[in-house]
Design a protein around this ligand. Structure first.
Ligand code: GLN
Length: 533
């Protein structure tokens, strides 16, 4: 086995919870697991086996995964242990299982985006974040469930099955990265990746009681991320703690020549700085956040979290985001327009699902014959060609209802005569929302608020009401429209025992600041350590 020369880097300092290293592997954070592996108290194989056992036990109730390759994960872990025994240098995440949202390409593994359209798709290449995980010797343990093509907020739009909230399996886990958030909450993997176009990392993290970070636009490569809305999409970590998020972000972040929108900026050593508390932190509380629609228990938990920050020395200032009331409308126009264009590639020709062509041709022939017999040349001329029929059937059968709704919305808003009224107008409002944030960040360092207006709701509750589902994105879409980093950390529970998330937003590329603020909070609170029974 070949060894690469050891890289020079500071060792990861483990978090020692309550003065003892954690005993049960499934209860450890990623940092603690790394420490246990590195100090020889356990092996990569034992860690992977522990999580596979938990998956076997809890996955039937949670259904977080679309695919788990236990054999491949164990083999990968064995190789890592062997390399360690041979004294080879190993990557930052050596032996740690990572669950990947099914929207990120991994060579040879199914990458379905929870859509029938890509049910049999196995990409011939790795997304950049996946190759970075592999280079860091992480163990890819499985592919997590999501809303189809990341469109949704409950994971109920998966073409295969809904995921359930580990805190109460009658409830949704949030979405669209519901599988990743549920799997970290249920400790089926210590680390997961999600994607966030309008809240899809932060919302499910809030509703499942875990830590999720949407990086600034450009911070993490989108190469190999199946595109939903290219000016909004970002990949980011979902973990138990801010420390783990810092570690995972450090591994996946950075310039990538394969993504022209990735920023050519140095990546701060997040995992080393995350424990440095912020001095003189100026927190912004947004006036417009506390209006109708915000659940009382969520508001209380958020206000209590602000008091915790105050006790840590932060000063609190009221700021205004006057155009935030237009954020959801703006987001749904921009994201649907981009989606309608991005999803045009699923045509049944290049790759992905294709309708049954033989049957289609037979039916077309039958129709033609009938029209000929009826001597109806006008109707005959109007019959679609085989190619157009193939496109239509492929897309009608391959996409689910929510994806179709977005394609129709976007196509409508982009069509001649409507473009100015919708897309152009939305782009202008997007600029106003950006200006609001920039003004706010002249006064404060971090904006705090709720992630979602309510805690998780019951499965099926909002399925027939797309507008109610869209309104869940009220607080999260701003960061995407502006390209800001946003983070969700656990800050309490509802009386029904469901988690509540605290939203931290910062100026572009202030991930380090958010992580440090989150870590300060997690040092004096234990919401992030609570586990579902
Ligand atoms: N709920 C939002 C939507 O359905 C966000 C999705 C996302 O961030 N991928 O568009």
């Amino acid at each position: 086995m070949r060894c690469v020369p050891p890289a020079r880097r500071a060792a990861w300092r483990p978090a020692v919870r309550n003065g003892v290293t954690c005993m049960s592997l499934g209860n450890c954070t990623a940092g603690e697991l790394l420490h246990e592996i590195q100090t020889g108290q356990t092996t990569a194989v034992d860690v992977v086996r522990a999580f596979l056992e938990r998956i076997e036990r809890y996955e039937p109730q949670i259904k977080a995964f679309l695919y788990v390759d236990a054999q491949a994960a164990l083999e990968q872990a064995e190789i890592i242990d062997r390399r360690r025994r041979n004294g080879c240098a190993l990557g930052r995440l050596a032996g740690l299982p990572v669950a990947i949202k099914d929207v990120l390409c991994a060579k040879g593994q199914p990458t379905t985006c929870a859509s029938k359209m890509l049910e049999n798709f196995r990409p011939p290449y790795d997304a950049t974040v996946v190759s970075r995980l592999k280079a860091a010797d992480a163990v890819l343990i499985g592919r997590t469930n999501m809303d189809e093509f990341a469109m949704g907020a409950s994971t109920e739009n998966s073409a295969f099955f809904p995921t359930r909230n580990p805190w109460n399996t009658q409830y949704i886990p949030g979405g669209s990265s519901g599988g990743s958030a549920a799997c970290v909450a249920a400790r089926l993997a210590p680390l997961a990746l999600g994607s966030d176009t309008g809240g899809s990392i932060r919302s499910p993290s809030a509703l499942c009681g875990v830590t999720g970070l949407k990086p600034s636009y450009g911070r993490v490569s989108r190469y190999g991320l199946v595109a939903f809305a290219s000016s909004l999409d970002q990949v980011g970590p979902i973990t138990q703690t801010a420390e783990d998020a810092a570690l995972l972000l450090e591994v996946i972040a950075g310039y990538d020549p394969l993504d022209s929108t990735s920023a050519n900026l140095p990546v701060p050593p997040y995992s080393q700085t995350v424990r440095n508390p912020l001095k003189q932190l100026r927190l912004g509380v947004v006036r417009e956040h506390y209006g109708p629609g915000l659940d009382g228990e969520v508001e209380q938990a958020v206000r209590q979290a602000v008091r915790v920050f105050k006790s840590l020395g932060a000063t609190v200032h009221e700021v205004s985001l006057p155009h935030s009331k237009y954020a959801v409308a703006t987001y749904y126009i921009v994201s649907s327009c981009e989606a309608s264009s991005n999803l045009a590639r699923y045509d049944g020709v290049h790759y992905g699902y294709r309708t049954n062509v033989k049957q289609m041709l037979a039916e077309l022939e039958e129709k033609r014959n009938a029209l000929r017999a009826a001597r109806d040349p006008a109707a005959l001329r109007e019959l679609d060609s085989a190619l157009v029929t193939m496109y239509r059937r492929t897309r009608s059968e391959g996409f689910g209802p929510e994806v179709k709704r977005r394609i129709m919305l976007g196509t409508y808003a982009l069509s001649a005569g409507y473009y100015d009224a919708y897309y152009k107008k939305a782009s202008k409002v997007r600029r106003l929302i950006r200006d609001d944030y920039h003004r706010a960040f002249e006064q404060v360092d971090v904006i705090v608020g709720p992630v979602t207006p309510t805690p998780a709701f019951k499965l099926g509750e909002k399925l027939d009401d797309p507008l109610a589902m869209y309104l869940l994105d009220l607080y999260t879409v701003g960061a995407n429209l502006v390209g800001l980093p946003g983070m969700s950390i656990p800050c309490g529970f509802s009386s029904a025992g469901l988690p509540i998330g605290l939203h931290l937003e910062g100026p572009p590329f202030a991930e380090e600041r958010l992580l440090r603020a989150a870590q300060m909070y997690q040092t004096v609170t234990d919401w992030h350590q609570r586990q579902p029974r």
